[in-house]
Design a protein around this ligand. Structure first.
Ligand code: F6P
Ligand code: MG
Length: 426
């Protein structure tokens, strides 16, 4: 299965890259922290090599032992996995749920660093994320230009035109999800083609298209809203680099069209799945745009900075997003986050990992309704914008999935197909 391939090949490759990155930055650690920096780099590499060996030889998963606040939750989860097994068996790398083991690896990488001050806050994926941002420069310019030039008269658009623009930018954000660095084991996977021109050709690759429902929800709430009311959309972010830009562009459009009055972003507290967005990445991206040579880029950066200051663009993070838990357990495990999300009118979940956590990463029949797979996770109306990069998919029409099984065996893992999947029932 894809799970087996991921644990056997992709994760060790990612670990090897992390080790290599630390090694290449040795001089930087020395310049910043002297001998202590070098010592920490050596220790971290040795812990990570041991980790790679544990993984490759299917050793039991061990409890975490750093001092971060999520440790008790991780260790309880290990116990829970242990209790699912027969008396003598122990959860191990190849004998545990894929979602759990993969999340566990990223948390163990973080633990290795946490144990090694002064390099404990070093983001081992930062370099790859920055590189992927620059690799997508042309596509980023195209999007910023479109937003600034084409949508400058947004107030004059009629309803039909507004709907068309929303659909366009939802699709841009959907396809932005192709660019993650975990599927490519850290190799360049940036957006090279012009994002807006390719939309028509990609339309048939959207297997579930609920954009109409998203539109109705937003336009109705705009019409009903009084001047003192708020319409809030939450975007649970995925990858930094190009995908984050597509999310910011969508957010800007939603605000400037007055379809919504507040956007709340949710990012990761620690480096995660190579390219996922942390607060540092978010701030870096806005700064980068502000200081860009291209005037449309810099204008976007300035506007977004302004929206943050005004409090209409808000960035949050929460440890729940970097736990192995499925989202249906959020209400118990992270009640505060669940309550926060209940304030939203629409939650947009970006990307493949969020989809796996929404659906519990089960081997569902393709035709099982999305609502059922969510397993009572309904803080607010929600939708998933996700390109398929793992073998879980629900909500298809009868026969729709089966048709690919023989013609395109890798249809669920190659990132070619996408879904815009919505569920409103509470
Ligand atoms: O490796 C597991 C996985 O979920 C893949 O299926 C996917 O390629 C990647 O991690 C994360 O994708 P995304 O950035 O879209 O969440
Ligand atoms: Mg990701």
């Amino acid at each position: 299965s894809f799970a087996y391939f991921t644990i056997k090949d992709r994760l060790p490759q990612i670990l090897t890259r992390v080790i290599d990155t630390l090694h290449r930055h040795k001089n930087e650690f020395f310049e910043e922290h002297g001998e202590k920096g070098i010592e920490a780099e050596k220790n971290t590499i040795s812990i990570l090599s041991k980790l790679r060996n544990e993984l490759q030889t299917d050793k039991p998963l061990v409890p975490l032992d750093d001092k971060l606040p999520d440790v008790p939750l991780w260790n309880q989860y290990l116990e829970y996995q242990q209790n699912l097994l027969d008396g003598n068996e122990q959860p191990s790398w190849f004998q545990s749920p894929w979602l759990y083991v993969e999340c566990y690896m990223y948390r163990r990488i973080h633990e290795a660093l946490v144990h090694n001050p002064p390099i404990d806050d070093y983001d081992v994926f930062k370099e790859a994320k920055i590189e992927s941002f620059f690799e997508s420069q042309q596509a980023i310019i195209a999007l910023c230009t479109y937003l600034q030039e084409h949508l400058k008269n947004i107030e004059d658009l009629d309803e039909k035109q507004l709907q068309e623009e929303l659909f366009k930018l939802l699709q841009v954000s959907l396809w932005g999800n192709k660019c993650d660095l975990s599927i490519s084991a850290g190799e360049d996977n940036s957006q090279k083609a012009s994002p807006l021109k390719s939309l028509d050709n990609l339309k048939t690759l959207i297997l579930v298209d609920d954009m109409e429902s998203i539109w109705s929800l937003l336009i109705n709430s705009k019409k009903r809203r009084t001047s003192i009311e708020v319409t809030r959309v939450d975007i649970v972010l995925d990858n930094a680099g190009y995908e984050l830009i597509t999310d910011l562009i969508l957010a800007d459009f939603l605000l400037s069209s007055k379809l919504v009055t507040e956007i709340h972003f949710h990012g990761k507290c620690i480096p995660w799945y190579v390219s996922d967005t942390t607060k540092q990445d978010f701030n870096w991206t806005i700064k980068q745009l502000q200081s860009a040579n291209n005037r449309w880029m810099s204008r976007c950066g300035m506007n977004w900075e302004g929206s943050i200051k005004k409090g209409v663009l808000v960035y949050h993070d929460h440890i729940f997003w970097t736990l192995p838990h499925e989202f249906c357990s959020m209400a118990q495990v992270a009640t505060d986050l669940y309550t926060e999300l209940q304030k939203s009118h629409l939650i947009i979940f970006k990307g493949d990992l969020n989809y796996r956590k929404l659906t519990g990463d089960r081997k569902w029949e393709f035709t099982v309704p999305f609502h059922q797979a969510l397993n009572k996770f309904h803080p607010a109306p929600l939708c998933s914008l996700r390109t398929l990069k793992s073998d879980v998919q629900v909500g298809l029409k009868p026969g729709q999935g089966e048709q690919f099984v023989t013609s395109e065996p890798d249809w669920m893992i190659c990132g070619k197909y996408g879904v815009v999947q919505f569920d409103a029932s509470l």
